[in-house]
Write a protein that binds this ligand. Structure first.
Ligand code: GRG
Length: 318
């Protein structure tokens, strides 16, 4: 598969084969070009799902925008490992499908009960609860189809390891487990260790699957996979700390979801436990540790996208 339009030097589709040079890397251009590739591929990814009403509900949330960080992390990790990011695109889309599914279910009345997501009414507000649950289920299973049946150029052994990472990230050892503990902790006093557990599972596990699966598709050695695990842990926690901060400092308009939700739902957050300033410092330290883990692999500039993505996590405003 050829990756779609990008003229950004060093981006997945520039055709030079050269990684971005450290220091001259144009991250905003990389981010936008890669995001557009993902949008184009996502648009084409949902085929003849039937019935039409299910397809519509799946497309409604999947194509509602979003930062597309997870697929971009997957493609960037594939590049870092020396792979062709076009081969990782089906897996990158699968990761966005799992993420979107988790957002649909997270917004349901039985979970966070929210009515705004990605700047639009939530899926169940438009299609009803039953259809929203089923659209999520269909996206989750579609994700595994993307890897198992729609990645013909990737060796089966590598795809099997990717399926393993996606399973771990989605199930009880990942998103589901984190969500259960999160729900059980609502309205209770939660310590820092429990908060970390929730976020490493609810948020960190999928980010880890993103970088590991991209690297696995490129046939990365164990040392790089280990470094990516450390990187993912750092950015995963930092991502969630910033999410907690934005929940109290940003508006619903900018976030595209209901601001101030953590307070309303009586959730423990990093700002609640540590205050805003210490939370921010903690996020920055985690990002620094994440970047340091990639240092041994940064020689030819191939780590530039993942290094810049780590910084983006703390500097983002939505
Ligand atoms: C996967 C089987 C299965 C169940 C899901 C509902 C649930 C169980 C888990 C909740 C997971 C969840 C919603 C975690 C929050 C993660 C998070 C910080 C989301 C926001 O991510 P952004 O900011 O969103 O990247 P965009 O819209 O930009 O993609």
């Amino acid at each position: 598969m050829t990756a779609a339009v990008s003229t950004t030097p060093g981006s997945p589709a520039d055709g030079t084969g050269a990684g971005p040079e450290a220091g001259s890397f144009d991250f905003p251009a990389y981010l936008e070009a890669t995001r557009l590739q993902v949008e184009t591929a996502l648009e084409a990814s949902l085929g003849p799902e039937r019935p039409e009403s299910l397809r519509e509900a799946m497309r409604y949330s999947l194509l509602a925008g979003g930062k597309r960080l997870r697929p971009i992390l997957c493609l960037a990790a594939c590049e870092l490992a020396g792979g062709d990011s076009a081969l990782a695109m089906p897996t990158a889309l699968a990761l966005e499908m799992i993420h979107t599914m988790s957002l649909i279910h997270d917004d349901l009345p039985a979970m966070d009960d929210d009515d705004l997501r990605r700047g639009r009414p939530t899926n169940h507000k438009v299609y009803g609860e039953a259809k929203a649950i089923l659209a999520g289920d269909a996206l989750l299973t579609r994700a595994f189809e993307m890897v198992a049946l729609r990645s013909p150029q990737v060796p089966a052994e590598q795809l099997l390891r990717v399926v393993g990472e996606l399973s771990l990230a989605s199930g009880a050892p990942g998103l589901v487990g984190g969500q259960v503990v999160d729900l059980e902790c609502e309205g209770k006093d939660v310590d820092l260790d429990t908060l970390e557990y929730i976020h490493l599972h609810k948020t960190g596990a999928l980010l880890r699957a993103c970088v590991l699966s991209g690297a696995l598709i490129a046939g990365a050695p164990a040392a790089l996979l280990g470094a990516l695990r450390t990187y993912a842990r750092g950015i995963g926690l930092a991502f969630q700390i910033i999410d907690d901060i934005l929940d109290v400092t940003a508006s619903s308009d900018v976030l595209g979801k209901t601001a101030g939700k953590d307070l309303t739902a009586d959730k423990t957050t990093y700002p609640k436990l540590l205050g805003l300033e210490e939370s921010r410092q903690r996020a920055e330290a985690l990002v620094a540790a994440a970047k340091a883990a990639l240092e041994p692999f940064a020689a030819e500039g191939k780590a530039a996208p993942l290094l810049a993505l780590a910084d983006y996590i703390t500097s983002r405003d939505r």
